[in-house]
Write a protein that binds this ligand. Structure first.
Ligand code: PMP
Length: 306
């Protein structure tokens, strides 16, 4: 999709969007050596704020740490750069995409120990990831024939570019079958996550979500749902979830930074509950979006003014 921002932050400098280019021999292009983040800025009651910015940047640095990438900036500098990318593009709300990658560092798959990563941050408007109507009416999803990454192959705790080859297989297959998104099982065939979202099901008033061992990215939105559910008095259990329990759930929703909180109305063509958004999902969505208009109390540091 075409983006609507003029400036991009690239290696310490805000530059015209069209000037932020890389060489075709970039390491990341050949070997997938990149890590990234997806972050949202909201137009809130306190002005434009970036949601859980410091934690997203911490995760970016953690992802880089796993792959031994040297980032030539501090977390504080990257946090500030994110704010600049939003402010200097005059965006009231935005999706932010910080990316750390190995550029033109020479051929050979093993990066030299002293290779320095390139860093870029794009900020642009990006509306509801699964469509505007999805928030209210929900989406239809299908269980993917592709399993999620196996432990100790490619670590799902790192938000690495290469992991999204798995996500592309899942998401493309889902679209081919007419679904808005795919749900992947882990290598034990227990429920893992969506191509770019974490999952929660609700049964008899209790929320269930796969544990970290299910090869998931432990999303910040997932963590936000933990917080909001607790505030609303709901219990959340991190438990292994079977495929069929998705069919038998009272409610089912997906969540992530781009997706936000989206109800799932059917899985593999089987209606979840009565096939419409359930009351607990609605309450959690209201609490979620309420963080950005002041109706939900937000922990210290979650809304970072630009
Ligand atoms: N799982 C995957 C595979 C993702 O790409 C994302 C989106 N970053 C998530 C889960 C949700 O993570 P977050 O809530 O931190 O955006």
């Amino acid at each position: 999709a075409k983006v609507n921002a003029e400036l991009i932050w690239f290696n310490g400098e805000l530059m015209p969007w069209q000037n932020a280019t890389v060489h075709v021999m970039s390491h990341a292009l050949h070997y997938g050596s990149s890590v990234f983040e997806g972050i949202r800025a909201y137009n809130t009651h306190k002005g434009t704020c970036i949601f859980r910015l410091e934690e997203h940047i911490k995760r970016l640095f953690d992802s880089a740490k796993i792959y031994r990438m040297n980032i030539p900036f501090t977390e504080e500098q990257v946090v500030q750069a994110c704010k600049d990318a939003v402010a200097k593009n005059n965006l009231k709300s935005a999706y932010l995409r910080p990316l750390v990658f190995l550029g033109d560092i020479g051929m050979g798959l093993r990066p030299p120990i002293d290779a320095v990563a390139d860093v870029m941050i794009a900020a642009f408007s990006w509306e509801a990831y699964l469509g505007a109507d999805a928030i209210e009416n929900g989406v239809e999803v299908g269980v993917s024939s592709w399993n999620r990454l196996a432990p100790n192959t490619m670590p799902t705790a790192a938000k690495a570019g290469g992991n999204y080859l798995s996500s592309q297989l899942i998401s493309t297959e889902a679209a081919r079958h007419g679904y808005a998104e795919g749900v992947a099982l882990d290598i034990n065939n227990m429920v893992s996550e969506g191509a770019g979202q974490n999952l929660f099901l609700i049964k008899k008033g209790v929320l269930y979500t796969p544990p970290g061992t299910a090869s998931i990215l432990q999303g910040l939105t997932r963590d936000t749902v933990f917080f909001l559910a607790k505030q609303l008095g709901y219990e959340v259990r991190e438990e292994s979830i079977s495929r069929e329990s998705l069919y038998l759930a009272d409610e089912f929703f997906m969540c992530g930074t781009a997706t936000e909180v989206v109800p799932v109305k059917s899985v593999d063509g089987i209606a979840v509950g009565d096939g419409s958004r359930g009351p607990i999902t609605k309450a959690l969505q209201d609490a979620f979006f309420g963080m950005f208009d002041g109706t939900t109390e937000v922990p210290e540091g979650w809304l970072d003014e630009v």
